[in-house]
Design a protein. Structure first.
Ligand SMILES: [Zn+2]
Length: 83
């Protein structure tokens, strides 16, 4: 797990587990690793939003990121900022 991946998970959690595909700061292979680890799910929209990919946390991913601290990148947080 890289810090970029942790930050991505946190970003998804911050947006209530539902974000559009805007992750220019992370490459596809890193995202694919998260999918393969069972931490996120990728959905491809249909109809009006056809072709737009969306990423959701799985319950496992949510558990993992819940205690992550953006301030110091500790997980679980031990600096006090994340609580
Ligand atoms: Zn912390």
């Amino acid at each position: 797990m890289t810090s970029e991946q942790m930050q991505l998970l946190k970003e998804i959690q911050t947006k209530n587990g539902f974000v559009e595909w805007f992750f220019q700061h992370i490459d596809d292979s890193q995202l694919q690793q998260l999918v393969e680890a069972g931490l996120v799910e990728i959905k491809i929209g249909e109809g009006y939003v056809g072709g737009i990919k969306e990423v959701n946390l799985t319950p496992i991913g949510y558990e993992l990121i819940r205690d992550y601290c953006e301030c110091c990148e500790c997980n679980p947080c031990d600096c006090g900022f994340g609580s």
